[in-house]
Design a protein around this ligand. Structure first.
Ligand code: NAD
Length: 502
């Protein structure tokens, strides 16, 4: 692996996009410095006046045109995703398909879900009509990761646009071409719109930091928890609100009555697909002792056949980010040092950018391999004595992104006890493919939600409006003309209305 892409210096003015399978340079992009970032935000600010003033139906048309343009260009786009990110072509297509579903959902639901709402004014303000209207925030800065370079940032991009905001998007330095393709497709599909409705800017962390400081109206970030914390601290200087979608260490619980074959199939895929580089992928499993041996044997059987590569027969691709390879290796070493046994693979499975599946059993729960995000095609499996123990161990982690439960009778009950943002019952990652379900975590996994109604509400501010319909003589509560008799009446009314615990 000869990647040179990860070593920017302060003087770097260009960024090289690299094929992670070969180290070959795909393209070179100018890096946006502070001035270029401010210029992009200014362009988006101007465009916000036009885009924000359109009604929901018009914005829906523009978003749906973008969606069909992505479908028309899907072959080229998937080839680029495969090349720049490393994932197999089929996985690239699945990712694009899911993103398109979300564009469609946000475009079609924004009008209904963000519609103005009347609220009851209450007895003392009965002469008023009260309503809540949703206003776009203005310009949203979006900073993305590389692992799902379309699906993940799109969870903010499509929803921010549908809510009436313009977007300045900084893709990950490992998926620059993909990010630019997404923004250019929007512009090509909508040539009559001002250019600043959805623009991308390129660069490393410094460009992202400049975007955070640029006066945007919200930052929507997806990436590591460490970067999320830096962004939140920087955004606090201007009270810029943040949406943070960060890391995970997701657990699967296989109960005594779980379908062992189905659970093993899901765990094998959920742990290794996309080379394990999935924020909500399977990293830990807690399996009941009555089915543990059969489950471990089945996971091993399936993964023995699974191989990484770059060809059309590969199950998954290379590690996209070279620095992650050492972390995966360190976690495997740590697991083996801390009482774990590798029932499939081991340290030798880390062969440069391509890492074979590794299955580790009964690793110490306090070890790095169980507590920290590994982000590689590895999984730890612990045998437990009861569902209670499984729930306790699953929850004993600083992350709380998602989870899965396998149980024929108690899936929903077990799901409700997990400290996470999402759970799939008798499946893995299903919530991520259902556009109406919000996605996001608790604890170190982040703040806020993308997708679904909460995902639209992240990008609007409620505007409360109280309209006086008529004046009630002598009852002007908000005026110096208020009379003593009005106050006497209120003193009698309040105990009647609120003096009892009813
Ligand atoms: P990262 O934190 O290294 O980088 C993410 C983005 O932040 C990149 O665009 C990067 O250039 C930018 N950045 C870096 N420093 C910055 C700074 N100081 N200010 C502003 N921007 C800065 O993360 P990554 O390696 O690209 O992504 C992998 C991580 O993302 C994993 O932890 C994964 O779990 C997480 N992730 C989370 C979700 C989710 O929805 N919760 C989805 C996908 C990935």
């Amino acid at each position: 692996m000869t990647s040179t892409q990860t070593t920017p210096t302060d003087q770097s003015t260009t960024l090289k996009s690299v094929d992670p399978a070969t180290g070959e340079v795909i393209a070179t992009y100018p890096i946006a410095d502070v001035d270029a970032v401010r210029a992009a935000v200014a362009k988006a600010r101007t465009a916000a006046a036009t885009w924000g003033a359109l009604d929901y139906d018009r914005r829906r048309e523009h978003l749906l045109r973008w969606k069909s343009r992505l479908v028309a260009e899907s072959e080229d786009f998937c080839a680029l995703i495969h090349r720049e990110n490393g994932k197999p072509l089929d996985d690239a297509f699945l990712e694009l398909m899911l993103a398109i579903e979300h564009i469609s959902w946000a475009a079609k639901n924004a009008k209904k879900l963000l519609a103005p709402k009347k609220v009851a004014p209450g007895m003392f303000m009965a002469n008023f009509a009260a309503r809540i209207e949703q206003r776009p925030l203005g310009v949203v800065g979006i900073i993305g990761p590389w692992n799902y370079p379309v699906y993940t940032p799109n969870g903010s991009i499509a929803y921010a646009l549908a809510a009436g905001n313009t977007v300045v998007f900084k893709p990950s330095e490992f998926s620059t071409g993909i990010g630019n393709f997404l923004a250019e497709a929007f512009q090509k599909a909508n040539p009559e719109l001002p250019e600043g409705v959805f623009v991308s800017i390129n660069g490393y962390g410094a460009t992202g930091a400049a975007l955070v400081q640029s006066g945007v109206d919200k930052i929507a970030f997806t990436g590591s928890t460490a970067t999320g914390k830096k962004i939140m601290a920087a955004a606090a200087e201007n009270l810029t609100p943040v949406l943070l979608e960060c890391g995970g260490k997701d657990a699967v619980i296989v109960a005594a009555d779980g379908d062992v074959k189905a659970a093993a199939d899901a765990v094998a895929w959920g742990a290794t697909a996309n080379s394990g580089q999935t924020c909500a992928g399977v990293e830990r499993v807690y399996v009941d002792k009555s089915v543990s041996a059969a489950f471990v044997a089945e996971v091993k059987r399936i993964l023995t056949e699974i191989k990484p590569g770059s060809g059309s027969d590969a199950s998954y691709g290379p590690m996209t980010m070279p620095s992650q390879i050492d972390i995966v290796k360190r976690h495997i070493e740590d697991a083996l040092k801390n009482g774990g046994t590798a029932v499939l693979g081991g340290v030798e499975s880390v062969k440069g950018a391509f890492i074979d599946p590794v299955v580790l059993v009964d690793v110490d729960e306090n070890s790095e391999a169980v507590q920290e995000e590994t982000f590689g095609p590895t999984v730890t499996i612990r045998t437990v004595n009861s569902t209670d123990e499984a729930v306790e161990l699953a929850n004993a982690n600083k992350y709380g992104l998602s989870s899965a439960v396998y149980s024929k009778k108690n899936g929903l009950d077990i799901a409700r006890r997990l400290r996470v943002g999402a759970t799939s019952v008798n499946s893995v990652l299903a919530f991520a493919a259902i556009p109406g379900l919000p996605f996001g975590g608790v604890g170190d996994s982040g703040i806020g939600r993308i997708h679904g109604e909460p995902g639209l509400r992240e990008f609007v501010r409620p505007h409360s409006i109280a309209v006086q319909r008529f004046a009630i003589p002598g009852m002007a509560l908000l005026s110096y003309t208020r009379t003593d008799s009005t106050m006497k009446l209120l003193r009698k009314l309040v105990p009647v209305l609120h003096g009892r615990n009813k």
